[in-house]
Design a binder for this molecule. Structure first.
Ligand SMILES: NC(=O)c1ccc[n+]([C@@H]2O[C@H](COP(=O)([O-])OP(=O)(O)OC[C@H]3O[C@@H](n4cnc5c(N)ncnc54)[C@H](OP(=O)(O)O)[C@@H]3O)[C@@H](O)[C@H]2O)c1
Length: 353
């Protein structure tokens, strides 16, 4: 378990290695307009002295453009890379809708094709997912496309986006550069699910009452399966599911204090909660250091590992302190489960292989 200072030193060292490269990395942040995503994109830009192309995706333009404005701007000094006019773009998208995700991926591809003409073919080095939607007990759980909204935001759009942008990740890999995907959700969790109903469409009775809790939690398992399956199919690219733990983002504070707002008599408990908050939650800025560590330590395995004669990519499942959980929680029938789940997901997200 590396300490925060070890993580920062490691990040600084990796960033200085990136700054030696002639190429400027391209990073896509889906859900980077607030919380952990915002803190992570800012930390990345700080380490790279602004020398990074950034595309942010979220539903609302104003916070997206504010975050982009606040990113460190490239300031070349003697011996450092020249200011090459980095990309700072916001793309609005409600990622709970798969049709919008299609449009967003097309927009990202076209933008990179037009702005990175000199380094053609266009590439993506890093994709970060951190869009969040939690609805444990409320109603209105289905999107207009008939998908559970928590699963759409916490899982399906992450699969679809990664799948659609894979050619650009491959371009980065083919140039010998980093090609890495990090999904910030939760890893190493065991949760029940029905293998004949991965989308939780048949829930009834108590299952229906608990559906919000189930789809919230099971998304962690689904992200673990996702990173492993993508790695199986994509040698030379790395995929990470990263656990943030308890992070004091504005939205997390809001969600955790809802019960105290139900009645004035509960108000004093809110004060008590704030003490717990200070003791156990970590700041988004510190969380961002761990997620960058997860990214920078996600070696793609340039000499692909051989398993049963097959070439595979690398996957990582990181604890909140950056430890790799490896094959922990693997099931005996993991390969069958992965195949069934892949088929389910490509069907729901309307992807053709
Ligand atoms: N904070 C924690 O304690 C904690 C704990 C465990 C796991 N996590 C996981 O860590 C990740 C980041 O959490 P966070 O606390 O930083 O989240 P957050 O502060 O709630 O940030 C959410 C981000 O998601 C975007 N977003 C939400 N719904 C969206 C939608 N339908 N389409 C597009 N963007 C959407 C928001 O942007 P717009 O509003 O502009 O759309 C915002 O940028 C999430 O995956 C979360 O599940 C967090």
């Amino acid at each position: 378990m590396p300490s925060l200072s070890t993580v920062k030193a490691s990040n600084a060292s990796y960033a200085s290695h990136l700054l030696q490269s002639a190429s400027t990395p391209v990073a896509i942040f889906i859900g980077g307009t607030a919380g952990i995503g915002e803190a992570t994109v800012k930390a990345l830009a700080n380490y790279l002295h602004g020398n990074v192309h950034v595309i942010l995706v979220g539903r609302t333009r104003e916070p997206g453009e504010r975050v982009l404005r606040e990113l460190v701007k490239p300031s070349p000094s003697p011996g450092e890379k020249q200011d090459i006019g980095v990309i700072r773009e916001f793309i609005p998208c409600d990622v709970s809708l798969m049709s919008s995700v299609d449009k967003m991926c097309l927009e990202i591809t076209k933008l990179l094709e037009s702005r990175l003409k000199t380094t053609a073919p266009p590439k993506i080095n890093y994709i970060f997912f951190s869009a969040n939607h939690s609805n444990l007990w409320g109603g209105h759980r289905w999107t207009e496309e008939g998908i559970d909204k928590q699963l759409a935001v916490r899982y399906y759009h992450r699969f679809k986006t990664t799948f659609k942008l894979m050619p650009l990740l491959r371009n980065a890999k083919d140039k010998g550069e980093d090609a890495r995907v990090v999904s910030i959700l939760a890893s190493g969790i065991t949760w029940w699910f029905d293998e004949d109903d991965f989308g939780f469409k048949k829930s009834s009775g108590l299952g229906l009452v608990l559906k919000g809790v189930n789809t919230n939690m099971v998304a962690a398992v689904y992200n673990d399966l996702m990173v492993e399956s993508f790695a199986d199919h994509n040698p030379g690219i790395s995929f990470t599911n990263s656990m943030p733990g308890m992070v004091s983002t504005d939205n997390a504070l809001h969600a955790f204090t809802i019960p105290f707002r139900a009645h004035w008599i509960l108000k004093p408990l809110e004060l008590f909660f704030f003490w717990i908050w200070i003791l156990i939650f970590i700041k988004p800025e510190d969380s961002a250091q761990y997620h960058l560590y997860d990214l920078f330590q996600a070696d793609e395995g340039r000499e692909p590992e051989r398993s049963g004669g097959e070439k595979k990519g690398k996957f990582y499942r990181r604890s909140r302190f950056g430890d790799d959980l490896g094959y922990r929680y693997h099931r005996k029938d993991q390969e069958v489960l992965k195949r069934r789940f892949w088929e389910h997901t490509t069907k729901v997200t309307e992807l053709v292989e």
